[in-house]
Design a protein around this ligand. Structure first.
Ligand SMILES: NC(=O)c1ccc[n+]([C@@H]2O[C@H](COP(=O)([O-])OP(=O)(O)OC[C@H]3O[C@@H](n4cnc5c(N)ncnc54)[C@H](O)[C@@H]3O)[C@@H](O)[C@H]2O)c1
Ligand SMILES: [Zn+2]
Ligand SMILES: [Zn+2]
Length: 368
């Protein structure tokens, strides 16, 4: 079948929207018609050529939501007509990691996914008879995608696609980190470094958990204003004295929970040091550059602080994403404020420009 898709042809160049071929789903795979897809930093990072594991040509995109069109042999958990959110982080439920219940890092399809192929080692994408690789196992900057069944979260069909697509990556990362990875306690004090989609998700998650005080540290005034809408109780610009600012507000002790959502290693260090002596838990969510290192003075650990991190905020996609969608439909969870621009697939590069300019939080590509 022919479809339109945004192809990464050359690193550092605009994506090229064009017609490509997509093959039907094989055993265990599903054809999904994409209805909405967010434009995320990771797409830009790969498109820029900065990601050392990046490859081309491929179809980018990983923050998708849509409707199942066709299922391959043996697929039982989704059926045509089901609404789904795409997952770059699958949940097979059978590998040693999934069975442990301790991690969301499913081992089922990692190797082939990292190379740009579906689990059988081949792509379903091509053009002019030449194979074209997938990206993050999702390739959702396209009218259709073929994905493994284990990488689709079946969700409440009452939810609008332009909001729930954000749960495929950015929004879930911060939310899940606060709700389930850190398990923020009612009445606690939280400090969130960085108020992009990830940090704002952590703010929303901490609020849902009943945190009493939520500090947000971000140099951008616009982002600090948004943070107040998402539940921050105090915000400040941060910088070199960010740790002191948190200590000054907590009788010199630090916050019960800190979240880092900037990708800046020095800020990760601040998030560790701003965590409370005795039990402060620091959750690192930002993605640092290759080769960068985080330095921690051991005394901070000896005196009881803990440090953790989580890809996708530790969310188990097929378990947690449907829960978040239900919370959104039930009015418990705010997602609308994240969507700043609706664009078309042809405007995908504009989505990157808006991100560069820090104009709004998320651009969402709408199909048809
Ligand atoms: N763990 C995961 O699975 C996962 C998933 C998605 C994104 N990420 C990563 O999370 C990070 C945040 O993503 P995002 O989409 O929210 O990015 P973003 O660029 O929208 O937000 C980052 C924010 O950090 C702020 N900032 C800059 N310098 C700061 C400082 N010194 N102190 C405090 N704040 C500062 C910026 O003003 C901005 O508002 C990125 O590194 C991204 O790659 C991780
Ligand atoms: Zn992403
Ligand atoms: Zn698994």
């Amino acid at each position: 079948m022919k479809m339109r898709a945004a192809v990464l042809e050359e690193f550092g160049q605009p994506l090229v929207v064009q017609e490509v071929d997509i093959a039907p789903p094989k055993a265990g795979e599903v054809l999904v018609k994409i209805h909405a897809c967010g434009v995320c930093h990771t797409d830009l990072y790969t498109a820029s050529g900065a990601d050392p594991s990046g490859y081309k040509p491929c179809v980018l995109g990983h923050e998708g939501a849509g409707i199942v069109e066709e299922v391959g042999e043996g697929v039982t958990s989704v059926a045509p007509g089901d609404h789904v959110v795409t997952l770059f982080s699958p949940e097979c439920g059978e590998c040693i990691h999934c069975k442990s219940g301790k991690t969301n890092i499913c081992l089922a399809i990692r190797e082939q996914q990292g190379k740009g192929y579906l689990p059988d080692g081949t792509p379903r994408l091509s053009r002019g008879g030449e194979p074209l690789r997938h990206f993050m196992g999702t390739s959702t900057f396209a009218e259709y995608t073929v994905m493994p069944e284990i990488a689709l979260a079946k969700v409440n069909p009452d939810a609008p696609f332009d909001k729930i697509c954000l749960l495929a990556c950015g929004a879930t990362t911060g939310l899940a980190a606060a709700l389930w990875k850190a398990e923020v306690e009612k009445g606690s004090t939280v400090a969130v470094f960085g108020a992009g989609m990830v940090g704002l998700g952590a703010v929303a998650g901490a609020k849902l958990r009943g945190a009493e005080r939520i500090f947000v540290i971000d140099p951008s005034e616009k982002r600090r204003e948004l943070a107040m809408q998402f539940g921050a109780t105090e915000t400040f610009a941060g910088g070199d004295d960010a740790v002191d600012q948190v200590l000054a507000r907590t009788d010199g002790f630090g916050a019960d929970y800190t979240f880092e959502a900037t990708g800046i290693v020095s800020v990760m260090g601040q998030a560790v040091e701003a965590a409370r002596m005795g039990w402060g838990l620091c959750t690192i969510l930002g993605v640092a550059g290759k080769g960068e290192r985080l330095e921690i003075v051991p005394r901070f650990l000896i005196t009881g602080r803990k440090v953790q991190g989580g890809s996708f905020g530790g969310a188990k996609g097929r378990t947690h994403v449907p829960q978040l969608v239900d919370m959104y439909v039930g009015g418990e969870l705010e997602l609308d404020g994240f969507v700043s621009h609706h664009i078309t697939l042809d405007e995908v590069n504009k989505g990157f420009d808006l991100m560069h300019a820090q104009d709004g939080i998320r651009s969402v590509i709408m199909f048809e």
